[in-house]
Design a binder for this molecule. Structure first.
Ligand code: ADP
Length: 469
């Protein structure tokens, strides 16, 4: 059984403790992750701090290394994709897409030109210019649902901007990130990229280290709030990509046969374990029956299975905790009178599988509607008046994504603008343009990831002001 080592100061390091990582489809051990000690976390941050000055001074070397990282990901895409699939559960056809997306992200930053310094004044008396300066050591803390792309979306811009980095993957899916460290070991100078694994306590140790200047985090709202509070003492910068409870609004003129497949995948891709998946579906009363029928038919022909089986469409939940949460939400919804049109059960056999589930008969006030389920269960809620649907969609502490489905695109756009969501779609959900800044309103996050706004988070500004006379 393979052991996966940490990457600290350019060296692969094992650890005193090894953590078992399970395949969620079989509950068998996939491999062992070295669990960093507190001393190893500190050593990683200190190595990153030592590597910072030389790395910050050489933009050419940075671009070259990022291009090399893209090539290495492509060469090893099958191996990385299979390991993600084994520890996370998603079918390989989708994890291959994740690795391709990560390679494209490295490529994007390899050729990305830092926007030029802005000159505010340049005359015989004064030169006033705004420049960017990297921050220093960045801590990147990532979740278990899409482990590699979520890391690379942080890593590539952070390193491009001249920072060094210590990454900590989720304890549920550390292996693919540790494999990435192994593959990229010689791509970056020692200390520029470090990877430590472990649980939340190790994440906390990392995030509170005095030499960490910026924390970039994707994960739960609870941990995000913790990090925000913990960063206050030292005024560390931070970017938080947190949960969502995305609403999709299907208007009375929507073409159900044309959109049912997209709605299904918008809710169920990765077994619903996506921060901006459709988590509440509001549909005009006149289309309620045909929409539910179409979703039930699609759910019932879905092939559940191991991610390694090429026929699988949906894998299991990634860990037992998440399966138990989804089961509890469905039980609570039933206790509140929900109608379960299909699914609602855990199939026999090993693994954290849950059948794709369509529920109706509940509304705000029930946890499955109010909270983020992060699993393959979709509540469908009928509305009469679109104003009421907009109000319900916005009545949430979350504000990540939202979508409107209609044949009248102009009306769809007008309604999308009124939804409290950093990502607002018309006739689609989930698609994110690589240049787009992703950010959530309210409890869904702080700051942006991607695009120029995301890139800006990895620098401070410095105003150079020179008296000429
Ligand atoms: P989830 O509940 O989906 O696992 P978390 O927010 O708990 O989401 O986990 C996301 C990442 O944050 C993981 O890498 C986890 O180990 C890490 N983490 C959990 N608690 C803390 C904490 N207090 N400080 C820093 N990182 C943490």
């Amino acid at each position: 059984m393979t052991h996966y080592a940490l990457l600290i100061d350019g060296q692969l390091q094992t650890a005193e403790h090894l953590d078992e990582v399970l395949d969620p489809a079989t509950e068998q051990v996939v491999g062992y992750a070295a669990r960093a000690s507190e001393a190893q976390v500190d050593a990683a941050v200190e190595a990153a701090q030592r590597a910072f000055a030389a790395w910050a001074a050489d933009p050419q070397a940075r671009r070259h290394a990022l291009a090399l990282a893209a090539a290495i990901l492509r060469e090893n895409s099958q191996q990385i994709a299979e390991l993600i699939s084994l520890e996370q559960g998603r079918p390989v056809r989708f994890t291959l897409g994740e690795v391709a997306g990560a390679a494209a992200t490295f490529d994007h930053y390899a050729s990305f030109e830092t926007p030029p310094a802005e000159v505010l004044r340049d005359d015989e008396q004064r030169l006033v210019r705004i420049e960017r300066r990297p921050l220093g050591v960045v801590a990147a803390i990532t979740p278990w649902n899409v482990p590699i792309i979520l890391l690379v979306l942080k890593l590539a811009p952070a390193l491009h901007a001249g920072n060094t980095l210590v990454a900590k993957p989720s304890e549920h899916t550390p292996l693919s990130t540790l494999l990435l460290g192994h593959l990229l070991k010689d791509v970056f100078p020692a200390g520029v990229l470090n990877i430590v694994a472990g649980d939340g306590a190790i994440g906390e140790r990392l995030s509170r280290h005095p030499q960490v200047r910026h924390i970039t985090f994707t994960g739960s709202v609870a941990t995000g709030k913790n990090l925000y509070a913990g960063a206050a003492d030292d005024l560390k910068r931070l970017t938080l990509e947190l949960g969502g409870n995305d609403a999709a609004l299907v208007l009375a003129d929507a073409d159900i046969p044309a959109i049912a497949e997209s709605l299904f995948w918008g809710a169920f891709w990765n077994s619903g374990q996506v921060c901006f998946a459709i988590k509440r579906l509001y549909v005009h009363q006149s289309l309620f029956e045909p929409l539910v029928a179409a979703l039930v038919a699609r759910a019932e022909k879905t092939r559940l299975g191991s991610g390694l089986d090429p026929d699988t469409e949906l894998g299991p939940l990634t860990n037992r905790q998440q399966l138990e949460r989804v089961k509890a939400l469905v039980a609570d919804a039933r206790a509140h009178g929900a109608v379960v049109h299909t699914g609602g059960t855990q199939p026999d056999g090993p693994g954290y599988f849950f059948a794709p589930t369509i529920v109706s008969g509940i509304a705000a006030g029930v946890a499955l509607v109010d909270e983020e389920q992060f699993g393959p269960v979709l509540p469908v809620i009928a509305f009469d008046d679109v104003e009421d649907a907009i109000r319900q969609a916005n009545a949430s502490p979350f504000g990540l994504g939202a979508s409107v489905w209609t044949r009248d695109v102009a009306r769809g756009e007008a309604i999308a603008r009124r939804l409290d969501a950093g990502l607002a779609w018309v006739n689609q959900h989930l698609d994110v343009h690589p240049g787009a800044p992703k950010g959530g309103y309210k409890w869904s996050g702080l700051g942006y990831e991607g695009g120029l706004r995301g890139y800006d988070a990895f620098s401070d500004l410095q105003v150079i002001n020179i008296a000429r006379r």
